[in-house]
Design a binder for this molecule. Structure first.
Ligand code: UDP
Ligand code: MG
Length: 331
């Protein structure tokens, strides 16, 4: 996986040029999802059988549930489903590592022609999976599921998401707006994605870097089937920070630029202050000194903080720590 990916053209040939049905793996990260799991399992298996009946995917297609260190009964439910159905596989991580890593773990264990990743709460429209497969068959390697509306999200979530996409765009990170982690990847797109070896991952920002032919399929996003969001504000901010600092160095440039502008300003101020002194009109000066100290102190601390964030990232990256550890794999 670590060597640069070369000539992946031939990886596409089999599914496109023959009538052998595709093997599809649907990867579902789950964290404390005992409430939605039974429904999720039922509905996704229905989608698989529909696609099998239409002759689009092979009998070997399967569901891969990744348990991201849940503390509830999620893993017990996954193992029970695995015992009962041949097409249900389970991967248990040794502890909670977050949505992105859980998804990555699932993608690394998927061995198929195409993979579709989707959240366990099925807020994304599973009927769109068929359209994704069609897009793959027409030659696309990456098919993004894109929400047409966010009516079912809270006002807070809708607005924070909007601000985040705008900010990311300004910072030069290319990502598909209103697309979460509901997407289809061909085997070669997946292989290319997995060749990005960084430890801090923001999958949504990495996929567009892969290239190949892409397409978007639109759907309207529903509410969670059951349970509550596993993305509290803290995790959302973490994801945003991860996305920005792992894909953009613009904040470092902004610091450099601000530093330059402020230095220029203080140079001019110094000339002004000296001129005032020479002209004999001395000023009390306390207020301006206080303002200057606070202003510069603030800017400096902010700048050091941002630089620290990047250094921290380098520190974590050079350790080459594993993104996740597998506790159990039910194949
Ligand atoms: N998830 C995970 N690990 C975590 C948090 C979430 O695997 O630490 C999974 C969760 O089970 C779900 C998906 O990531 O399948 C998205 O989470 P959620 O639906 O709660 O996020 P939201 O839709 O509220 O953004
Ligand atoms: Mg959700």
């Amino acid at each position: 996986m670590n060597s640069p990916v070369k000539n992946l053209g031939d990886m596409r040939e089999r599914p496109l040029s023959s009538n052998v049905p595709l093997v599809l793996t649907i990867v579902v990260p789950c964290y404390n999802e005992e409430e939605v799991f039974p429904d999720c399992l039922l509905r996704l298996r229905q989608v698989l059988s529909q696609l099998r009946e239409n002759g689009k995917i092979s009998e070997r297609s399967c569901l891969l549930f990744v348990d991201d260190g849940s503390r509830d009964q999620t893993w017990q439910l996954i193992s029970a489903a695995h015992r009962r159905y041949d097409d249900v596989h389970g991967l248990k991580l040794s502890r909670n590592r977050g949505h992105q890593r859980a998804l990555w773990a699932g993608l690394e264990h998927a061995d198929s022609d195409i993979t579709v990743s989707i959240d366990a709460d099925l807020q994304d429209d599973i009927q769109v999976i068929g359209k994704m497969v069609d897009a793959y068959l027409s030659g696309k390697d990456i098919v993004y599921g894109v929400r047409e509306n966010r009516d079912t999200d809270t006002v807070f979530k809708r607005n924070t998401a909007l601000c985040f996409y705008k900010l990311m765009k300004i910072l030069g990170v290319n990502q598909i707006e209103n697309h979460a982690d509901f997407r289809l990847l061909s085997a070669r797109a997946l292989k290319s994605l997995l060749s990005y070896t960084e430890e801090n991952i923001y999958i949504r920002g990495l996929v567009p870097l892969v290239g190949f032919q892409t397409e978007q399929v639109f759907y309207s996003r529903g509410s969670r089937l059951a349970g509550e969001s596993k993305y509290p504000l803290r995790k959302m901010l973490g994801l945003a920070l991860e996305g920005i600092t792992s894909l953009s160095i613009t904040p470092l440039r902004i610091i450099a630029f601000t530093g330059f502008a402020i230095s220029l300003l203080s140079f001019l101020t110094a000339i002004y202050a000296l001129a005032e002194k020479i002209l004999g009109s001395t000023v009390e000066g306390w207020t301006s000194v206080m303002i200057a100290i606070f202003f510069l102190g603030g800017i400096q601390m902010l700048s050091i903080g941002i630089i620290g964030e990047y250094i921290g990232k380098v520190y974590l990256e050079v350790k080459h720590r594993p993104k996740y550890i597998v506790d159990e794999y039910l194949q």
